[in-house]
Design a protein around this ligand. Structure first.
Ligand code: ZN
Length: 205
């Protein structure tokens, strides 16, 4: 009996890569998003469901214990809200269409890319600014989106935006937040064009 329970626990939180702890129900989506970030292969990241996250669906943060380690040894936690509130009805995050979820996870991994280059002190200051200054939230969210687009995830990121912005059932307040803080679909298109041009130029050299 006990052995079965342990076996089930291992299945539920099966680490797909030694560095990544992933809940089984959204393992496919997380795995797909991670393939776009080979840089994070050896970065410890724990993906974890949480009952509710204030004002957002997912949240990437450095693991608190990491502040006593060097930046190379830092680990991260990506919290995923179990539910998303749509007007009066809430629905389960795991039931969101796969490409939308992949885009969402891609954005969070964009935050990790941003964090991993910062020193501990810089990260503490970054967290403080995020809590206090609206302007800084905009900068942080757009940086995460940009990392995701640069990593080749634009299609997924656009699907996530489309899902939120063009869904009549989604809470207006939530939509307003997305418009205010994140890159718009037009800006993402511009980034893609710029990236394509750079790639063509590099190929020509
Ligand atoms: Zn974000």
């Amino acid at each position: 009996m006990k052995r079965n329970l342990i076996y089930i626990a291992i299945l539920i939180y099966m680490p797909l890569h030694a560095q990544h702890t992933i809940p089984e129900v959204i393992a496919e989506e997380i795995k797909t998003a991670l393939t776009y970030y080979p840089e994070l292969e050896n970065t410890p990241i724990e993906f974890k469901f949480k009952k509710n996250i204030k004002k957002s669906t997912m949240q990437a943060q450095p693991d608190f214990g990491s502040f006593f380690k060097s930046k190379r040894k830092r680990s991260y936690v990506i919290l995923i809200s179990e539910t998303v509130k749509i007007s009066d009805t809430t629905f389960l995050t795991k039931d969101i269409p796969s490409p939308v979820l992949i885009g969402w996870i891609g954005h969070e991994l964009g935050h990790v890319m941003d964090y991993r280059m910062r020193s501990n002190l810089n990260l503490i200051w970054f967290g403080f600014k995020y809590l206090v200054f609206d302007k800084h939230i905009i900068e942080a969210e757009r940086t995460a989106d940009t990392f995701a687009v640069q990593s080749g995830m634009s299609e997924y990121i656009l699907k996530t935006k489309d899902f939120i912005l063009n869904n009549s059932n989604i809470d207006e307040e939530y939509k307003k937040r997305i418009v205010k803080y994140y890159l718009s679909p037009e800006e993402i298109m511009h980034l893609i064009e710029k990236k394509d041009k750079e790639e063509t130029l590099n190929a020509a050299l």
